[in-house]
Design a protein around this ligand. Structure first.
Ligand code: AMP
Ligand code: MN
Ligand code: MN
Ligand code: MN
Length: 279
C-alpha cells in the first residue's frame, strides 16, 4: 500500500523542520508520497525535491492558500501545480505582503493590551523572512510567559474576537481556486472539520467550493474527530469531490500526529492523486 501525506509545513512557513529534514522524517515514517504545503509560500519545494532524489519518497508540489469565505479564514491546499507559474507566484507574493501588514497590526493590538515588542519577538521565530504567521506570535507569547500554551495564545489574544485579532486580508476562495487551476494544479478544501460552521453553513461552503471548481476535500486530518471524518467522507461522495488527506505536521513536539499517520482512504472515494499518480 502506498502511504500518502499531502499536508505538512516546513521552515518555509510556520513549521520547524527544513524541507530536507521533512523528507528524511517522512522516509523514516514510511511515507511514499509527500506534499509540503507551506502557508502562502512555495520556496521550500526545490530543497524538498532535491532531498528526495535517489530515495523512495516522491515529492509532489503543494501549498496552503489562506483564503476568505463569508469573512472567515478557509484554507485551500493546492497540489500538483507548476511552481514556475507567474500567476501563482504573484498571488503568493501579494498575500505575503498582506501578512507583513497584518503582523504590524497584530503587534499594535498586542501593545494596546500591554505587550510590547511583539513584532520583533515574533520575528525571532520566523524562519522565512518573507512569511510571518500568527503561530510565530503564539510562540513569542508562550516564550515570554504571557500564556502557558500556544492554544491559549489563540484563545486569549490571537483568535477571532480576541483583542489582537486582525481581520484576515486573504483573497476569496474562488480566487484561490482560480489561481491554482491557472497553475495547472488541483484545489483541496483543507481540514473542513476545523471551521466552526453550522451544518447549513458547511453545506453552503461545500456547494460554493464545488461551484467555483474546487476539486477535493481533506477527509482525514488531525483536526477531525472520527465522526467528522465519516461526515466528510459522506460529503465527498455526495458532492462529488475527490478525497485528500494530510497530517498538517508542523513540529515534532507541537503537532498532534506525525508525518504519514493517517488511515487509508476508504473504498469508493476517488483519491485526489488518481489522475496523476498510481494508487
Ligand atoms: P495565520 O495563517 O497566520 O493566521 O496562522 C495560522 C496558523 O496558526 C495555523 O496554520 C496554525 O499553524 C496555527 N494555529 C491556528 N489556530 C491555532 C490554535 N487554535 N492553536 C494552535 N495553533 C493554531
Ligand atoms: Mn500553520
Ligand atoms: Mn490550515
Ligand atoms: Mn496546514
Amino acid at each position: 500500500m502506498t502511504v500518502y501525506d499531502l499536508h505538512c509545513h516546513s521552515t518555509a512557513s510556520d513549521g520547524t523542520l527544513t524541507p530536507a529534514a521533512l523528507v528524511t522524517r517522512a522516509i523514516q515514517r514510511g511515507v511514499d508520497c509527500l506534499a509540503i504545503t507551506d502557508h502562502d509560500d512555495i520556496s521550500g519545494l526545490p530543497e524538498a525535491h532535491q532531498a528526495s532524489v535517489g530515495t523512495s519518497l516522491r515529492i509532489v508540489n503543494g501549498v496552503e492558500l489562506s483564503s476568505l469565505w463569508e469573512r472567515r479564514t478557509i484554507h485551500v491546499v493546492g497540489l500538483f501545480f507548476d511552481a514556475e507559474s507567474p500567476v501563482l507566484q504573484e498571488a503568493l507574493a501579494a498575500v505575503r505582503v498582506a501578512r507583513r501588514q497584518r503582523a504590524e497590526a497584530i503587534a499594535h493590538a498586542l501593545a494596546r493590551t500591554g505587550i510590547r515588542g511583539a513584532l520583533e519577538g515574533a520575528r525571532r521565530f520566523v524562519t522565512n523572512e518573507a512569511l510571518i504567521s500568527r503561530l510565530h506570535f503564539a510562540r513569542f507569547l508562550v516564550e515570554q510567559g504571557h500564556v502557558s500554551s500556544k492554544q491559549k495564545a489563540f484563545n486569549r489574544y490571537l483568535g477571532q474576537g480576541k483583542p489582537a485579532h486582525v481581520p484576515p486580508p486573504w483573497p476569496a476562495i474562488a480566487e484561490s481556486i482560480a489561481v491554482l487551476h491557472a497553475a495547472g494544479g488541483l484545489a483541496v478544501l483543507a481540514h473542513p472539520g476545523r471551521y466552526p460552521l453550522t451544518d447549513t453553513a458547511m453545506r453552503r461552503l461545500l456547494e460554493e467550493f464545488r461551484d467555483n471548481g474546487g476539486d477535493a476535500i481533506e477527509v482525514f486530518s488531525p483536526s477531525h474527530t472520527p465522526q467528522q471524518s465519516e461526515r466528510f467522507i459522506e460529503y465527498a461522495r455526495f458532492y462529488g469531490f475527490k478525497a485528500s488527506l494530510g497530517s498538517d505536521f508542523h513540529d515534532p513536539e507541537e503537532s498532534y500526529i506525525d508525518l504519514g499517520v493517517l488511515p487509508p482512504l476508504p473504498a469508493g472515494l476517488t483519491p485526489v492523486w488518481s489522475a496523476l499518480l498510481p494508487t
